[in-house]
Ligand binder design. Structure first.
Ligand code: FAD
Length: 399
């Protein structure tokens, strides 16, 4: 008999996985809440931003992914009353016995003047579609300008941040620029693509020899890399670096930082690094019946914070689901131990870098590995049909 209510807020990788796991048990009613009725695979949205993959190639209807033991409510959660165990939503309050917070993260602007107002962020499907449309608009507008300086400003695309997201975005964009130049009749030589990074090098998570390869590939695709170059100020005409250098550009895609969802601040729970919810080793917040998983949780294991990535979202979902069922059925809870196998980064469609510590791969094989990971993630959400759609979008329906 399903006599316990488990409410999950957020249907990203973490929340959806937890809903699938918990929906299989017949001792609880699972209610999954999300702002939109689609689950977005955030780790692929740069492909949409660069106009290669259609938006529905990274978004799937949530109702088609959850098991029969779970129900889905499309609404926004505005508040949680932990004392009376109620979640307040746009469609009314929902009571819970156990609550899982899986509300993800947001871009961090580090207080850089004008960054929030004048940059494009890459943290939702809407963001990606906005970037895709804006890039095409810049090419159209450039065609109408006779003034060389104005054309240059329109055709300069800057990516702020040379981490994984920034490099993946740069790789995709570098490959779409020749197509756009051809389509709009704009000489490719007039287009600039720049990655601006505050640190001494890009991709600090990779080994030095792999960073060197990434630099070489990006540069061979025409990407200009500016390292040791913190952005100090942004306005509608461009950006200014710490050195005082100004870059005139109408497009700055900001990928320089990530923090917990601002909704977390309203919850009144203890907050850890970068605005995320502090949890214990069982992923419980200060309320033992409330868990936080995925990007929104600040998890420290052996003194180090656990990174925000898909693998962690899945693993924390599995651990929280286990611990809730352990509580209901009276068996032992598990401590969360992260298993991070490595990093795989794509630089465009055909080149990847996979760093697994003792072993690494580059080129087409690494990109195939990345695709296999994507498929593994999709299969982990339990739907074979989604895997077929993933393949179809990347082979038959790519732009
Ligand atoms: C461009 C990009 C590339 C990336 N590449 C990789 C990669 O290659 N490998 C990797 O491992 N990771 C990658 N990541 C990181 C990875 O996507 C995240 O770690 C992962 O999405 C975290 O999953 P999550 O479920 O915690 O949060 P999310 O996927 O962000 O899901 C949170 C959900 O909560 C919902 N929500 C939030 N607030 C509310 C509310 N108040 N009410 C209702 N619903 C709400 C949101 O709508 C959303 O659906 C990338 C991220 C980006 C943006």
């Amino acid at each position: 008999m399903r006599d316990k209510n488990i409410v999950i807020i957020g249907a990203g990788y973490a929340g959806l996985r937890a809903a699938r796991k918990l929906g299989k048990y017949n001792s609880a009613r699972v209610i999954l809440i999300n702002k939109d009725d689609v689950h977005v695979r955030l780790s692929e949205i740069h492909e949409v931003a660069a106009n290669r993959v259609e938006p529905d190639g990274v978004a799937v209807p949530i109702r088609g992914c959850i098991s029969s033991g779970a129900s889905f409510v499309k609404t926004v959660v505005s508040r949680v009353d932990f004392e009376h165990k109620q979640v307040f939503t746009g469609t009314g309050p929902i009571g819970y016995d156990y609550l899982i917070l899986a509300i993800g993260s947001e871009p961090e602007f580090f207080g850089i003047s004008g960054m929030k107002e004048h940059s494009f962020t890459l943290w939702s499907l809407d963001d990606a579609m906005r970037i895709g449309a804006h890039i095409e608009k810049m090419f159209t507008a450039a065609l109408k300008k006779r003034d060389a300086q104005k054309r240059k400003e329109l055709l300069t695309f800057v990516i702020g941040g040379g981490g994984l997201t920034g490099v993946e975005m740069a790789g995709e964009l570098a490959e779409s620029i020749p197509c756009l130049s051809k389509r709009y009749g704009v000489p490719q030589g007039e287009v600039s693509l720049i990655v601006v990074e505050a640190l001494p090098d890009i991709l600090p998570v990779l080994k030095p020899n792999l960073i060197k390869k990434a630099r070489k590939v990006l540069e061979s695709k025409g990407v200009q890399l500016m390292t040791n170059s913190p952005i100090m100020k942004v306005d509608s005409t461009g950006l200014e670096l710490k050195s005082g250098e100004k870059i005139a550009a109408r497009t700055l895609i900001w990928t320089g930082g990530v923090r917990g969802n601002t909704f977390i601040e309203k919850l009144g729970l203890p907050i850890g690094g970068r605005g995320r919810i502090k949890v214990n080793e069982y992923l419980q917040t200060t309320h033992p019946d409330v868990y936080a998983i995925g990007d929104c949780a600040h998890i420290v294991v052996d003194g180090a914070p656990v990174p925000q990535q898909v693998e962690v979202a899945f693993q924390t979902a599995d651990c929280a689901a286990h611990n809730i069922m352990a509580d209901i059925r009276g068996y032992d809870k598990k401590k969360y131990r992260p298993k991070i196998y490595g990093t795989v980064v794509s630089i465009g469609r055909r080149y990847g870098i996979a760093d697994f510590g003792t072993i690494s791969f580059t080129g087409l094989f690494a990109i195939m590995l990345k695709r296999l990971f994507d498929i593994h993630y999709i299969l982990s959400l339990g739907c074979f049909r989604l895997t077929l759609e993933y393949v179809a979008h990347r082979i038959f329906r790519k732009r």
